[in-house]
Design a protein. Structure first.
Length: 196
């Protein structure tokens, strides 16, 4: 399976996607909507891609002007695809693959941008199917808050099934808005007290 960069300085470039589960690439429609929602927040931002799959979200953020992306993925085949995609786009000086679980990444040191500052934008695309080894959305928001890796002004965007109930507020994060795209949805969280 191949994916295409939708915009930016490498628009149209083809990337590899893992051939088997558990990854499910975000649709081109949802990706375009995500980047339209973020707009002017992307240039020079630091990006954290949790459950990165093929890496297309974080890598397209770089193509659209983000300064740095860390891509977190536990699946070995998906990790190989991410590494190949970083090479294809020649982004090795601006991207880092963290091989391991989201829990490990958020609980352990390392993986920050070269500046050492926290991430400005966080995208998470956990598997839609229930899995007892995955973090709940509440646990994910709490770990993001406690990790010290997320900037105080950061936005968190979570892709999920359209029927998934998302918390209104949790661990200092407030649901700003949910956007629906077929069977998928995208919920944007901002920190309490920060205007959208």
């Amino acid at each position: 399976m191949t994916l295409r960069i939708g915009a930016g300085d490498q628009k149209g470039r083809l990337l590899r996607a893992p051939k088997r589960a558990p990854t499910r690439p975000s649709s081109a429609r949802l990706r375009a909507a995500l980047f339209n929602i973020l707009g002017a927040r992307i240039p020079n931002a630091t990006w954290l891609d949790l459950y990165a799959g093929s890496g297309i979200i974080g890598l397209e953020a770089l193509c659209r002007g983000a300064a740095w992306a860390t891509l977190v993925e536990a699946d070995a085949e998906a990790g190989r695809c991410i590494q190949a995609n970083i090479r294809t786009l020649a982004l090795h000086t601006r991207a880092l693959l963290w091989r391991g679980t989201v829990q490990d990444f958020l609980r352990r040191p390392g993986g920050l941008p070269p500046s050492g500052a926290g991430f400005d934008l966080v995208f998470a695309d956990p598997p839609y199917a229930a899995n007892p080894t995955l973090l709940s959305i509440e646990q994910l928001l709490l770990l993001c808050r406690q990790s010290g890796k997320i900037a105080p002004h950061a936005w968190i965007m979570i892709e999920h099934g359209v029927k998934t109930a998302m918390p209104t507020e949790h661990a200092g994060w407030r649901r700003h808005r949910t956007y629906s795209y077929g069977d998928s949805a995208l919920t944007v969280y901002d920190p309490f007290g920060t205007p959208p």
